[in-house]
Design a protein. Structure first.
Length: 306
């Protein structure tokens, strides 16, 4: 049974005339009459008494009319609600990022820009615990409009966002600095590169994160081989920072995240600037993304980039 058959029947019940009902439904009378007949065959009962002038409904037709009106009304309401949801989705930006970038660049840059443009940002907070591959999957599956992430040439999985299908903007730079707790004399409790006899306990990033390959790549290219022994790993820079502050070992942390701790002396640098890992902060989007609000945000991000 087709929904338009129900609409045809309601029109016929209202006009009591095949020709006028056909006009209301914008079809020819033969087509209209055939659809009413198909409806009756589907219901296996006569709904229209064609022997009266004007036409009238049979007792079964009267009962069927109530259900037809209810079904079509529910369908209209459901369609209207679905369209509202679609409009809401098209008026907001689906945004994913890591925990450390959400706490920093998103709040300081992206959110204010969107507020100025009166564009709603739908931040997927689950993304704060995603592995790097999860971000790539969200972008390639069109489950996210914007991705804010760290970039380094050693982050291999970002190459899946090829330039043919995706574009990016560098909106900032960051440095990962090796941090350790301090002793009673406010001196760092460990210093790079460490020694073979006493390797420095290392609080590393999980291999699935953006930052793990960046740190590994940088350490492998140092003139002095760092003597590190992995004590634990984590996906969140904030969790690594907490362990470092408790004196468990050294961790490479975003400078913006530890600037205050370094200034107040609760953390210290474990080595000279050659141990620092330079990073870019980039925003990605798919070139074919049809979200009407995305271009406005993208242009604003371009204008704000250095």
């Amino acid at each position: 049974m087709e929904i338009r058959w129900l609409e045809d029947f309601i029109a016929l019940a209202k006009t009591r005339h095949f020709s006028r009902a056909a006009d209301e439904q914008n079809v020819t009378q033969p087509t209209f009459s055939r659809r009413i007949k198909l409806l009756e065959e589907e219901m296996k009962v006569t709904l229209i008494d064609r022997n009266t002038l004007p036409l009238s409904l049979t007792p079964a037709g009267e009962i069927f009319l109530q259900s037809a009106e209810l079904i079509t009304r529910q369908l209209r309401d459901t369609k209207a609600r679905c369209l509202e949801i679609k409009e809401q989705e098209q008026s907001q930006i689906r945004f994913v990022t890591t925990q450390s970038l959400f706490l920093g660049y998103y709040r300081e840059l992206v959110a204010p820009l969107c507020d100025q443009l009166d564009i709603k940002i739908d931040v997927n907070m689950k993304s704060s615990s995603w592995a790097g591959a999860d971000f790539i999957n969200a972008m390639t599956a069109n489950e996210a409009d914007l991705m804010l992430c760290f970039w380094h040439p050693a982050i291999g999985f970002l190459k899946e966002l090829d330039e043919e299908h995706f574009e990016s903007i560098t909106i900032g730079r960051e440095i990962l600095v090796p941090c350790v707790a301090v002793d009673e004399q406010q001196k760092p409790i460990y210093e790079l590169p460490g020694s073979r006899k006493q390797p420095i306990p290392y609080i590393a990033y999980d291999d699935v994160t953006f930052l793990a390959p960046a740190v590994q790549h940088h350490l492998q290219r140092q003139h002095e081989v760092p003597q590190l022994q992995i004590l634990a790993s984590n996906i969140h820079a904030a969790s690594i920072k907490a362990m470092v502050k408790e004196g468990f070992g050294v961790g490479w942390l975003p400078k913006r995240l530890v600037q205050d701790s370094l200034s107040y002396g609760s953390l210290a640098l474990a080595g000279a600037v050659n141990w620092n890992v330079p990073l870019e902060i980039r925003v990605y989007r798919a070139r074919t993304n049809a979200n009407p609000k995305l271009n406005d945000v993208w242009q604003a991000l371009k204008d704000s980039a250095f």
